[in-house]
Design a binder for this molecule. Structure first.
Ligand code: GTP
Ligand code: MG
Length: 605
């Protein structure tokens, strides 16, 4: 019987937050002591130590004592303790350096199913009471109980308790947070923690322990639509085998062999041919929480970072601009004009701040206030962000795992957030930039037609964009040479040169694909305007990159050449050459293609 009871106990993880000195550690210390969850003799030992040092005993010291023991084995940034309730084995995190802990929560290193938020009855609601309450909602912790602590200091006044409750509810309401309980407690006296207190006969609700058992678990991810962020694509290396394994960890739902799947944002589809397990026999279905590898029945070109879903399920949203709530932890503020890296599921994409809508001013009135231009450290703000390329995501209210993100500034996690609303449909930042650039363009007196007549070709960016990077680069150089021999103003643009130059203040930099596209687009706009035939090879491009490049190039157009397989699905390359041509043949076909495409205006085919 006893063994049965043990087996049916559930593990549960809890986090305790609140303003400094409001009593978090005392609550935990008291819970540990009152549930007899402390190691044998620990309480006496700490009491004795206090006596020896002539310090008054504090329950919070218990945590320090436990922490010192734990720290020998593992590194900890939040004190982790265990206690047992009637139903559950509770792991509780005391978050002293709350920023560190929150960082861990947003990156998934730490997790909590419910939160206790402690407010000092005498001091009342303070800055972090608000900030933490809000952050718990931001992190998707729907189960929040508020402990109004130190009730002994206000004479167990029901009025004081109700006043805090009303004020805090009013604060949380516009943020969409609804605590499941407010509990008047005294951690010092152990009132309403493990046992009901006689000091507050007016209070009918649960004790803290009863509430911990009553917290509902978050809805099971197994029942949600299948989602797997693609971490990597592995190729079989055995001879003659060109299958690829799409690998990742399943975030929600499950999928079976034979089911049609889709990848976002590319929208490409295929059918699951097999489920590969490492050092285990293949299987027919796989579900949430598992690391999975899939082979597909058709070879499609997808990249790590895409989101795999079942084709029959509602698709995630795909877009670039959205409204979000962010919590900023960066030393430098979140500002417009600067590029940040957004991580959402397995996707990594550069984003820019479009607009700050509101900032939560926790120190003052606690309302979301308008009219701030940037988001400072520890601010919670509502902002509009725009990604440089389409991103697959969900609203936070639709699907938690794909509705939250982390922002990286340089190499540091600088913020986290949740997506509230899709905002596509207006001009993108890039389109706005091109519009104002073109409106302000200072034109000379020689126009494009005059240049084309003189040079026998148009100014054009010729882009080799196939999958074979090295082969494309070689072809681009031969093309420059052959065009030059024909009398053209051709120039091979080495992409590495974009990293070394162009920005004297920044020096050499490793550019992301999006930054390369940006620089190339701007440069090509100038050089093609001068009538040049620019030839370059840029591997690894996809539809979104090509569209971005095309937009930056406007009013001039791109000429895209792919050899073998085209990596694009929406955009058709200007010229698609078959694989396996000799270098001379490839060159000849490329020249003919340029003539047919009316880039070369005086070339006989
Ligand atoms: P930080 O970890 O520094 O943020 O503080 P904390 O929230 O963990 O507070 P802690 O538990 O260390 O308590 C702060 C002080 O409040 C200690 O001196 C406690 O003894 C005191 N305290 C905690 N709970 C009560 C209570 O119910 N009544 C009274 N009178 N004092 C309390
Ligand atoms: Mg503490």
């Amino acid at each position: 019987m006893a063994a049965n009871l043990e087996a049916s106990r559930e593990p549960f993880s809890l986090v305790i937050v609140g303003h400094v000195d409001h009593g978090k550690s005392t609550v935990i210390g008291r819970l540990l002591a009152d549930t007899h969850s402390l190691p044998e003799g620990k309480l006496e030992q700490v009491r004795l130590q206090c006596e020896r040092n002539a310090r008054p005993f504090e329950y919070a010291f218990l945590l320090d004592a436990l922490k010192a023991e734990q720290a020998q084995g593992i590194t900890i940034d939040a004190a982790r303790c265990f206690f047992k309730t009637a139903k559950r084995d509770v792991l509780v995190n005391d978050a002293p350096g709350h920023i560190e802990f929150l960082k861990n929560m947003v990156t998934g290193a730490a997790r909590a199913e419910a939160a206790l938020l402690v407010i000092d009855a005498k001091e009342g609601i303070r800055e972090n009471s608000k900030r933490h309450g809000f952050l718990m909602s931001l992190l998707g912790i729907g189960s929040l109980a508020v402990l109004v602590n130190k009730m002994d200091l206000v004479g167990w006044s029901q009025q004081a308790f109700e006043a805090i409750r009303a004020e805090y509810l009013a604060f949380l309401k516009p943020l969409g947070v609804q605590p499941v309980a407010f509990i008047p407690v005294s951690a010092l006296g152990g009132d309403n923690l493990a046992s009901r207190s006689a000091a507050a006969p007016w209070y009918q609700g649960p004790t803290v322990l009863e509430q911990v058992d009553a917290f509902e678990r978050p809805r099971g991810r197994e029942s949600l639509a299948f989602r797997m962020p693609v971490q990597d694509i592995y190729k079989f290396t055995e001879e003659g085998d060109d299958r690829r394994i799409v690998a990742g960890t399943i975030e929600a739902g499950s999928v079976q062999v034979g089911e049609e799947v889709a990848f976002y944002p590319s929208g490409k589809r295929s059918v699951v041919a097999s489920i590969e397990a490492f050092a285990a026999p293949p299987r027919l279905s796989i579900g949430v929480g598992e690391a999975a590898g899939f082979t597909l029945s058709t070879q499609i070109y997808i990249k790590p970072g895409e989101l795999m879903a079942r084709a029959g399920d509602p698709a995630p949203r795909v877009g670039r601009r959205f409204r979000a709530t962010v919590f900023w932890m960066g030393r430098a503020p979140l500002v417009a004009g600067r590029s940040y890296k957004l991580k959402l599921a397995a996707a990594r994409v550069a984003v820019r701040l479009v607009e700050v809508r509101k900032v939560l001013d926790a120190a003052a009135t606690g309302e979301l206030e308008a009219a701030k231009r940037q988001v400072d450290r520890h601010d919670v703000a509502e902002v509009v962000l725009e990604a440089v390329r389409p991103l697959a995501y969900n609203l936070h209210s639709e699907h938690f795992a794909t509705g939250r993100f982390v922002l990286v500034d340089q190499f540091d996690i600088a913020g986290c957030g949740i997506i509230l609303e899709q905002m596509d449909g207006q001009d993108s930042l890039a389109a706005g930039h091109v519009k104002s650039r073109e409106a302000a363009w200072d034109r000379g007196l020689v126009d494009a037609a005059a240049r084309a007549a003189r040079f026998k070709h148009r100014g054009k960016l010729v882009l080799l964009a196939g999958l074979d990077g090295a082969g494309n680069q070689a072809l681009a150089k031969r093309l420059e040479q052959a065009l030059f021999a024909l009398g053209c103003n051709s120039y091979y643009l080495g992409l590495g040169n974009l990293e070394q130059g162009l920005d004297a203040n920044q020096g050499a930099a490793t550019l992301s694909q999006a930054e390369q596209v940006d620089r190339l687009g701007e440069l090509a706009r100038l050089m093609t305007d001068a009538g040049l035939l620019l030839v370059t090879a840029l591997p690894g491009l996809d539809d979104a990159d090509l569209e971005a490049l095309q937009a930056l190039q406007s009013p001039h157009e791109l000429f895209t050449i792919c050899v073998g397989e085209s990596p694009f699905s929406r955009v058709r390359p200007s010229l698609l050459l078959p694989a396996g041509l000799s270098p001379a043949e490839a060159l000849d076909r490329a020249l003919k293609g340029l003539a047919q495409g009316e880039v070369l205006t005086d070339y006989s085919i």
